[in-house]
Every structure is written in structure tokens, then in C-alpha cells.
Ligand binder design. Structure first.
Ligand code: PMP
Length: 361
């Protein structure tokens, strides 16, 4: 068996130790004689897995009791629709700060329910920077302010939590959750699809300040009601047990590796290595994002000569590096270097890029 370095944006590479453990436990989970995915979600075995996953995630991100933690199906996109349904009144203003593609999808999902107001957008500049805080047109009566903590396609990431005053801040952390320490108390809602930093696709983490659940929100089915999900401990209907279990293994792995502080150090080293290789390539490679807004998780880059893109991708695969093709919206290349990407993977990528430049530059 030979595993490659996988730079896919999501679904993304998982820690090898987690995959090995899942393999070892697949047929017979801890002597039960059945797989964890074959057991009832309401049985003692899975209930224990679920409770442990929540406790571990709380520990990892220092989430206090005044926040509920949900493990739901539907992906981050569904959360983008459910959040306005739950915490904004019909037609109420919501302020969006748009720093890339996913900020736009969050507006698309909320628009049927609220007065979606673009408080600031980096679109005119091609989403290469975060609009300065002083330029944001915030509304004092907004239900919440929405940001995308890390834009997975454009590679633009907030370094600091913006101050938006008394209006709750809602943040899409799909591609950067648990990549560094986070002050949860600065947010009303944090949500993230699991398939980048937390585990396999199929489970979505929603971290909600409990007082927001007292808001009436909008008429909605019980299954769309976060209060019901909190009351039902994310088991209002059959939850994605396999995904939840695997995410739980990833949480344990992250804690054992040293927690988010340790991953922050690794992520600084990995992203610095890669950006330095790009910036030091004499223009052969380029990343167009303003330096302070550069993502530590997703690094889009372009070859000066796009005619070389095909060769770059083909040769990278031969070198054991996969998933480097950029998103179709931007073209070029993108290296996603989440927590589970080992430092030696980024070294291998940088070595390959240097070698490719020598041969084609
Ligand atoms: N937000 C961000 C930042 C994302 O990267 C993605 C997926 N790439 C989404 C939202 C949408 O997530 P999902 O496919 O889980 O709905």
C-alpha cells in the first residue's frame, strides 16, 4: 500500500492513525461483535461515542456550557439556510461580509427568509483581501452579522475576530475550525461541515450560543428547528453515525497531538513554507491574496504560464501529490493543507514545485 499526499479541499485527507483505527474497529467495535455503524444510534454504544465526541470537541475548542453543540446532517449549506430560519425574524435584516464564494452562497441560502444586506464585499477586487473593518456598513438592527472565517476557494482568511458590537457574529468555519485557538465567546454561532478539518463529509458541527435559541425565528418544521435538535441531542432523526464516530476519532487524535495550539504552530510552519516557495519563485508561481489575509488552510496559486498547468498536474500526480487542481471558479492550482496534512507533505510539494520550475522555467 502506498498513500499519496492529498491536497484536496474537501473531502480531504484524514489522519492515517484515524483511518487505521477505523479499519481495525470496523467489523467488531470493541468486542461488541458488530460494527459501530450497524448499531442503533440510541443504543448505549453509540450514545457513548456521541457523548464523547461532543465532550472532546468542547475540550478541543474550549466551548463553555452556555453554547450548545450540534452534530447534524445537511452540510454547511443547510446551516446557512437554517441559521436565518432560527435566529432572524421574517424579513429581518442580516448583514453579510463577503470575502469569497462561500459568503455568496450563505446569502443565497438566507435570502428567501431575510433582508440580506451586503455590509462589505471584496468582490470588486476579485476577493483578494478582506474589506477593512472601517468600511463595513453594519446595521444596528440586524439579526446577526455573517462572515466566512476562511474562504476555501479564494484562500482568504480572517486573522482576527472582527468587533461587530452587540449584534451576534455568525461564522462559517468549515475550512478552518480547530486550525488554531479560537475565542468562542466572541461568536453567536459557529458552523462547519466536517469534511476539511474534522472528519468525513456527512456531519456538520453547529456551535450555538444558547440565548439565541430563545429567539422566535421563523415558521419552520420541527426538523429545521435548532431548539428541537438541542433538546433531542442531535438525534431528532437518525444521525450520520459513521461520520460522527469518525469525527470523534479525529477529535481524539487532535487532542493527543497537542490540541489546537500545536496545530496552529504546525499550520504556521506549513503555510509559511508554501507561501515562501511561491513568493520566492521569481514569478513562476504566484498567489494573489494580500499577505495579511492569506489563508493558512487553502493556498490557491497560479503558474505564470497557464499552458504548463496540465504538465504540472500530471507530474505532481506522478510525484505522489494529488488534488492540486484549483477550483473551477478560479482555475490554476490550490493546495489545501488542513490539520491532517503532515509537514512532510508540504515539504514534498515545495520540493516538487522547485523541481518543476527548474525543468520548465
Ligand atoms: N462553506 C465553506 C467555507 C466551504 O468550504 C464549503 C464547502 N467547500 C461550504 C460552506 C459548503 O459546505 P457543504 O458542501 O458541506 O454544504
Amino acid at each position: 500500500m502506498s498513500r499519496v499526499f492529498n491536497f484536496s479541499a474537501g473531502p480531504a485527507t484524514l489522519p492515517e492513525a484515524v483511518l487505521e483505527q477505523a479499519r481495525d474497529e470496523l467489523l467488531d467495535w470493541r468486542g461488541v461483535g458488530a460494527s459501530i455503524v450497524e448499531l442503533s444510534h440510541r443504543g448505549p454504544e453509540f450514545m457513548a461515542v456521541a457523548a464523547e465526541a461532543e465532550a472532546d470537541l468542547r475540550r478541543l475548542l474550549s466551548v463553555t456550557d452556555d453554547y450548545a453543540v450540534l452534530f447534524l446532517a445537511g452540510g454547511a449549506t443547510t446551516a446557512q439556510a437554517l441559521i436565518p430560519l432560527n435566529i432572524a425574524s421574517p424579513g429581518q435584516r442580516v448583514d453579510f461580509v463577503v470575502t469569497g464564494h462561500w459568503g455568496k452562497t450563505s446569502i443565497k441560502q438566507a435570502r428567501p427568509y431575510v433582508d440580506a444586506h451586503i455590509a462589505a464585499t471584496g468582490e470588486a477586487g476579485g476577493f483578494r483581501d478582506i474589506p477593512p473593518r472601517a468600511s463595513w456598513q453594519l446595521s444596528p438592527d440586524a439579526a446577526y452579522v455573517h462572515i466566512t472565517a476562511n474562504e476555501t476557494i479564494h484562500g482568504v482568511e480572517f486573522r482576527d475576530v472582527p468587533d461587530v458590537g452587540a449584534v451576534p457574529l455568525v461564522a462559517d468555519f468549515s475550512s478552518s475550525i480547530a486550525s488554531e485557538p479560537l475565542d468562542v465567546s466572541k461568536f453567536g454561532v459557529i458552523y462547519a461541515g466536517a469534511q476539511k478539518n474534522l472528519g468525513p463529509v456527512g456531519v456538520t458541527v453547529v456551535i450555538l450560543r444558547r440565548d439565541l435559541l430563545e429567539r422566535a425565528g421563523q415558521p419552520r418544521a420541527d426538523i429545521f428547528d435548532y431548539r428541537s435538535h438541542v433538546k433531542g441531542e442531535s438525534m431528532l432523526n437518525t444521525p450520520p453515525t459513521w461520520n460522527w464516530y469518525l469525527a470523534g476519532l479525529v477529535f481524539k487524535w487532535m487532542l493527543a497531538e497537542g490540541g489546537v495550539e500545536e496545530f496552529a504552530r504546525r499550520n504556521v510552519r506549513k503555510s509559511t513554507l508554501l507561501y515562501d516557495a511561491i513568493d520566492g519563485s521569481g514569478g513562476f508561481y504566484r498567489n494573489e491574496v494580500a499577505v495579511p489575509a492569506r489563508s493558512r488552510m487553502n493556498v490557491p496559486f497560479f503558474l505564470a504560464d497557464p499552458a504548463l498547468d496540465k504538465a504540472f498536474l500530471a507530474e505532481s500526480v506522478e510525484a505522489g501529490l494529488i488534488g492540486l487542481k484549483g477550483h473551477r471558479a478560479l482555475g490554476g492550482m490550490r493546495a489545501s493543507i488542513y490539520n491532517a496534512m503532515p509537514e512532510k507533505g508540504v515539504h514534498a510539494l515545495v520540493d516538487f514545485m522547485g523541481d518543476f520550475r527548474k525543468r520548465h522555467g
